[in-house]
Design a protein around this ligand. Structure first.
Ligand SMILES: NC(=O)c1ccc[n+]([C@@H]2O[C@H](COP(=O)([O-])OP(=O)(O)OC[C@H]3O[C@@H](n4cnc5c(N)ncnc54)[C@H](OP(=O)(O)O)[C@@H]3O)[C@@H](O)[C@H]2O)c1
Length: 306
């Protein structure tokens, strides 16, 4: 099968496009033809080696896909021909390619009438946003939340989910993205290039932090006493709080079918819309990773594989 992979950590130049062996289904696994995969921030961080070194080479990038089951291993509860989507277990990545073998238990059936492209565009970002906003922050109606980096993939989903819950949503974005985040439902938008966000918002019940670095640690400043902040871009641990009257939380983004079914339901009910998409052929995945690495992507980067 065709795949985009690397044999050593490094910059975009280490990515290769070539042939690798087809996967086979183990117990509890299916093999699927991948129709669409997405490009996520984690992909270039893994490629660079800024996470732990990968356990094996060649390493195929990519964590989510939507596709069609072609083989069913013992105990896997799908049938050949089922349309499925999902996010792979941590450490078992590899969706920038034509076929995947993975655990059936992390996949859900693709909703009827929703394209492979649209469901995959919300899979990993939806999983992360649902766990962060609903489980980790336990956001409630009437609360005020600051969502950092509103034009990004995860934050865009989180803005819509927070509005659905009934929260007041403040977000940060560059001026060129203000109409976009307003369209997602943001109540207040801070141009973080023009003003210091800590001077523009205060007394928040919650912060969802998707940017990292100094933006992360300074986010504690906008919380009211007892407030809570969830961090997804600051490494494996959440940062130490800079005040002792607030909570610093690190969402545990597990992979499991019920989460994928929740994401699909939110899309089908119209709570969530599909983000703005930029679509690439598999062989051009390196171009998509470069855009992701620029940290100023709007919406989602997608790979159309079939
Ligand atoms: N822990 C997990 O399970 C998990 C899962 C998914 C993602 N992540 C991480 O979460 C982060 C976000 O991922 P993503 O895919 O949603 O992001 P993304 O699509 O790459 O978007 C990044 C966004 O951040 C904005 N931005 C950059 N600098 C900013 C700043 N100083 N203040 C405010 N906004 C800023 C950019 O918008 P402007 O152009 O408007 O600046 C851009 O829209 C990444 O670090 C990713 O690795 C973690």
């Amino acid at each position: 099968m065709k795949a985009v992979y690397f044999d050593e950590h490094g910059g975009p130049d280490v990515l290769k496009f070539g042939d690798l062996p087809d996967p086979v289904a183990g117990d509890g696994e299916i093999v699927a033809d991948i129709h669409v995969a997405s490009v996520n921030g984690a992909d270039w961080k893994v490629r660079q080696g800024s996470y732990a070194p990968v356990a094996f080479f060649p390493y195929i990038c990519g964590r989510d896909f939507s596709g069609v089951v072609t083989e069913v291993g013992a105990g896997a509860d799908f049938e050949v021909g089922d349309e499925v989507f999902g996010v792979l277990p941590v450490g078992q990545e590899g969706t920038y390619c034509e076929k995947i073998a993975t655990k059936a238990s992390v996949l859900a059936k693709k909703p009827v009438g929703v394209s492979h492209m649209d469901i995959d565009a919300v899979s990993l970002v939806g999983l992360t946003a649902v766990i962060s906003v609903e489980e980790t922050l336990q956001l409630r109606p009437g609360e005020k939340i600051l969502i950092q980096g509103g034009a990004g993939g995860v934050a865009g989903f989180a803005i819509q989910l927070a509005k659905h819950i009934g929260a007041h949503v403040v977000t940060t974005a560059s001026a060129r993205n203000h109409d976009y985040v307003r369209g997602l439902g943001a109540d207040e938008i801070i141009d973080y290039n023009a003003v210091d966000f800590t001077q523009a918002v205060s007394e928040c019940d919650a912060v969802f932090e998707t940017v990292g670095g100094e933006t992360g640690t300074r986010s504690f400043d906008v919380l009211k006493p007892g407030g809570r902040a969830a961090f997804i871009a600051s490494g494996m641990q959440s940062p130490e709080p800079t005040r002792n009257d607030v909570k610093s939380l690190r969402p545990s983004v597990g992979r499991d079918r019920p989460y994928m079914e929740r994401v699909a339901a939110l899309l089908q009910e119209g709570v969530i819309t599909v983000p703005e998409l930029q679509v690439f052929d598999l062989k051009n995945a390196v171009e998509a990773q470069k855009i992701s690495e620029s940290r100023h992507l709007r919406g989602k980067l997608m790979l159309k594989i079939r």
